[in-house]
Design a protein around this ligand. Sequence first.
Ligand SMILES: [Zn+2]
Length: 359
Amino acid sequence: MAWLGIEGHDEIRDFFARTLASGRLAHAYLFVGPPGIGRRRFALALAQTLQCAEVPPEQMAPCGSCPQCRQVVGGTHPDVVVVAKPEDRLEFPIDLVREQVIRTLALKPTSGRYKIVIVDDAETFSVAAANCLLKTLEEPPDRSLLILIATSPELILPTILSRCQQLVFRPLSAEVIERILLEQQLVEDVAEARRCARLAEGSVSDAIRLASPQVQKLRMLLLEALSQQPLEAADLLAAVDEALQSAGSAASARREAAAVLLRTALAVLRSAVRVAVGAAPAEAADEREQRVVAMLASQVGLEPLLTMIERTVTAQQQNERRAHVVILLEAWACALADAANPPSLVPRRASVTGQQARG
Ligand SMILES: [Zn+2]
């Protein structure tokens, strides 16, 4: 059952129900887990639960209609503050920590039970910003609650980590994501919802992005390029161009577009390997993708497909390590074409026979 429309984190809801029933709410929590799985929504739902004037918090069922609830939901509650790293910054600005986090928590609640600050992107804290928070964590003001949201505990300084109670948010199942996409009418077509949900690796926001018209167009270009025989780097580069152009000039958006492109290619190649070894293609593939997959399995063959997968995974790692997006994608396109077209240009079966003859 979804709690306040939040799917897939029932264990954490139950944890807070027990904590509130026993009156042992801590002053600081760290919510860790991949982006797009509902960490921030959960934090806001918890804030609403704590502030609701009609239903005691331990019931975990805020009424939704009292002024407190309405203000939290509307983002206007004076005692619930959400702070995130500005998009154009790589690091969480220390000024924001001082002014929005520490100063807010030091004030008494004006109308709610608690002063609550939710800090997103906490993994981007610099050492100085984290140190700045230490005093607040060591001597938390009365009726204050700090919720830090981060992708991974490894990215949080040990001094912060040891002063927060950590809760791990797990990726959502493909079935849950598919249901969210359809119920919230983010995707109309059932097959399309299933495909995006399976590709999204547990993240609703990724699934929504994958379903966007931009990504659909990109996917079509990629399928078109992969369906060419012989596979040409130039066709792949057209898809690369489209991905980067539609992403605009912001570095993070271009990296994101590269990630989507590589992930889409990887799904097709993995499906082709399954078919090449006699298994069924990935369930999520639509008719068009299945045709390309069948063609790759029969025309390119298992060994080159495995090399193509390896090259794609390498490109993904380079992208995560912040290599230059254009260079890594160009190298990837060329590596894929090379792998798909062995230099001999002789049909593969004949070349195997040739090797055997020589051996
Ligand atoms: Zn209420």
